[in-house]
Design a binder for this molecule. Sequence first.
Ligand code: NZQ
Ligand code: ZN
Length: 389
Amino acid sequence: MLNFEYKNPTKIIFGKGQIAKLAQEVPADARVLMIYGGGSIKNNGVYDQVKNALASHKIYELGGVPANPEYDVLKRALDFIVEKDIDFLLAVGGGSVIDGTKFLSAAAGYDGDPWDILKKRVRTEEGEGMPFGTVLTLPATGSEMNSGYVISRKETGEKLSSGGPGLFPRFSILDPEVVRSIPPRQIANGIADAYMHVLEQYLTYPTGADLQDRFAESILLSLQQTAPKVMADETDFDYDAAANFMWCATMALNGLIAKGVPTDWATHSMGHELTALFGIDHARTLAIVAPSHYRYNFETKKAKLAQYAERVWSIHDGSIDEKAETAISKMEEFFRSLGIQTKLSEYTEDFAGTGEKVEAAFSSRGWDGLGEHRKLTPAEARIIIEMSY
Ligand code: NZQ
Ligand code: ZN
């Protein structure tokens, strides 16, 4: 097992009716900016629950944060924060709203061009950043209990990440009832994103971290078992399935399963380029890239792929190579069972030249060593993307 340090200060308040506890978590004298997305919270009652809970607080609102939170929209919000002397942020939404809020938290106290925080990956250290909490409405990213975020910028065609220990939410409220109103496409995305978060931290090479491996495998198994229940018709809402889905997504990316093991994240880096180029949903970009990434890096990953085959898919027959190959096919089948296509050409006809564009973007940023071995070059990323057409 590799050495590690672990600290996660986010308080989780989980369960039915817990949004009512907001008033106890947001400081009474705070000047709060409530941040949300395109309006789903107004249709499903979450907006009213938040407003009722914070009826005695001084609260301003900022809606309209789009999926893949857009830099220009957030930059305008920064002016509003200064104008109204805001000192506490409350994200009410999915990963996009929470990520946008993290960026605002980082940028509010940053002396310089806010885009540099992303371009130069400026970390927000402990004690920096405006305090914020979240009310999660979409299980997927784990952003509610981690300190990373991803921001898109249409003007430059970029999608970049940043973060730092100053950007853990103070608290996050996770009420599984919110899952009721999530459209099937977003539920599928949430399952696939959480699943891929686990694989990014698991499908590397063995380090004898047995407990972390078992944590990772149990999240994968739980997601597989829960998927058909949460994908079922809204009229069949299954609270426990929603609760398990929600907790799996949080546990998949709150740092715990990454400790003591190497992590990959090359699939995410390549996937972000596909969102920047084509606007494809984040989770779907991962389903496009991952099979090719695992096939291209088969030799270095096959020990863990075979373990994944045995322990998650109960495949016990065959050689290591055979089991590892079957595991990749099983993963693809799982994504397809969620209605998620796994080839770039299934999303766009304009896929020619994408590999070259990804290679150029990675080269221009000096990203010459991705993956758990920090060896994957931009030229190899191009091959992987071309294998994904
Ligand atoms: O905008 P509204 O109207 O709220 O609608 C949203 C949005 O259209 C809707 N939605 C959310 N909760 C709902 C709901 N609709 C009905 N009922 C509800 N309860 O779902 C749509 C998608 O929301 P979004 O927040 O964009 O989805 P997600 O949570 O998947 O977040 C994706 C973003 O997070 C980033 C992605 O790159 C992407 O930009 N990620 C953040 C990570 C992190 N911070 O750790 C890690 C991830 O790997 C990922 O990169
Ligand atoms: Zn993700």
